[in-house]
Design a protein around this ligand. Structure first.
Ligand code: ATP
Ligand code: LTN
Length: 317
């Protein structure tokens, strides 16, 4: 097969304000990868409509994700940022993959099982075939690297299986892509139940930190994060999930290792440790928030999506 240029592709759903897990598991890596690769970042509105959406809210969420990408450091002048539904190749190729993918593969997807729950007969068909659309997103760009958090690894495996099955049946067509995962931060846990992933769909607002949270509120959320009663700081996901989660967040933000963070904090009280972690989160979020609030009022955001659409179309078509 001809050697294709290496390319990064990733997508984020416009389903509400992004949280610290989205930032550390995905968006921070979007920014790091853009120094090394050509990158294509997509606001995946067609994935969002697999569950009911309010059209007005969806539109403002799309702009919110776009502004968050740019505020976090994605360079829209060098990289492509666009809205999925503006490039018809995604749904066209998804149909082809609907015919290549197997119902058994989709039924095994953990995210589908979680989201459908006991309601499997009554969820949209889109929710079930969602991974085929995700595969189309990635494979239409012959992407080699896909930065995603841990929860998307299974969907990426399915994307690889689809590429391999298609290539075996019809001849070499698609690149088989690889997940790109951060060393730390691929799975940020909930602050109120650190055995579960941080998720904006949680009812308890103290369980997550949103990129746009008021900074005093951020400090309070970290202060009230669930820990344990041992009063000793070390990394042990099984027995000390809360402390381990805070160490992970801190290491990911400071781009260092968990071991280095443990040796830094080992003699501190939980209270002082939490204050330091909170300060690091605030320091990371403050410039993002400032840039975001300036950008979101800027009428040229639409033009950024238009340019991205034209560039994306040329590759995907
Ligand atoms: P929802 O909360 O509605 O399930 P989400 O928070 O998972 O959505 P997505 O748009 O589905 O948001 O995810 C965007 C990116 O963020 C994906 O790459 C996903 O893997 C990553 N991500 C989501 N949650 C976390 C988390 N807790 N830790 C690390 N990465 C995460
Ligand atoms: N399924 C992903 C969002 C997503 C995506 C993609 C990620 C849609 N298409 C392509 C990477 C590459 C999610 O729910 N986070």
């Amino acid at each position: 097969m001809t050697k294709f240029q290496e390319r990064v592709f990733s997508g984020v759903q416009p389903t509400g304000t992004l949280h610290l897990g989205n930032y550390l598991g995905a968006i921070k890596n979007f920014v790091e990868l853009q120094n090394k690769y050509n990158c294509v970042y997509c606001v995946v509105d067609q994935h969002a409509i697999t569950v009911d959406q309010d059209p007005k809210e969806l539109r403002s969420n799309i702009l919110e994700v776009l502004a968050s990408f740019i505020a976090a450091g994605v360079d829209y002048k060098k990289q492509i940022i666009f809205q999925q539904s503006s490039v018809p190749a995604h749904s066209q190729l998804a149909w082809v993959f609907n015919c290549v993918s197997r119902i058994g593969w989709l039924n095994r997807m953990t995210q589908f099982k979680d989201k459908a729950g006991k309601n499997k007969e009554n969820v949209s068909v889109g929710l079930m075939v969602y991974p085929n659309l995700m595969a189309a997103d990635i494979l239409a760009y012959l992407a080699t690297h896909v930065p995603v958090g841990d929860d998307q690894k299974q969907h990426l495996e399915l994307t690889r299986d689809l590429a391999i099955r298609f290539n075996n049946t019809y001849g070499d067509t698609f690149i088989v892509p690889k997940a790109y995962q951060p060393k730390t931060g691929a799975k940020i846990k909930s602050l109120s139940d650190p055995t579960k992933k941080m998720d904006k769909s949680s009812e308890n607002q103290k369980s997550y930190i949103l990129l746009l949270d008021d900074l005093n509120q951020v400090k309070n959320k970290i202060k009230s994060a669930v820990t344990d009663s041992e009063a000793k700081i070390y990394y042990d996901v099984e027995n000390k999930p809360g402390i381990s989660n805070l160490l992970t967040i801190d290491a990911a933000l400071l781009k260092t290792t968990i071991e280095e963070r443990v040796s830094h904090y080992k003699d501190m009280s939980y209270q002082d440790f939490k204050l330091c972690v909170a300060d690091h989160i605030v320091a990371a979020l403050k410039p993002i928030q400032e840039k975001y609030h300036a950008l979101i009022k800027d009428p040229s955001l639409d033009a950024i999506l238009d340019t991205g659409r034209d560039q994306a179309k040329m590759i995907a078509h």
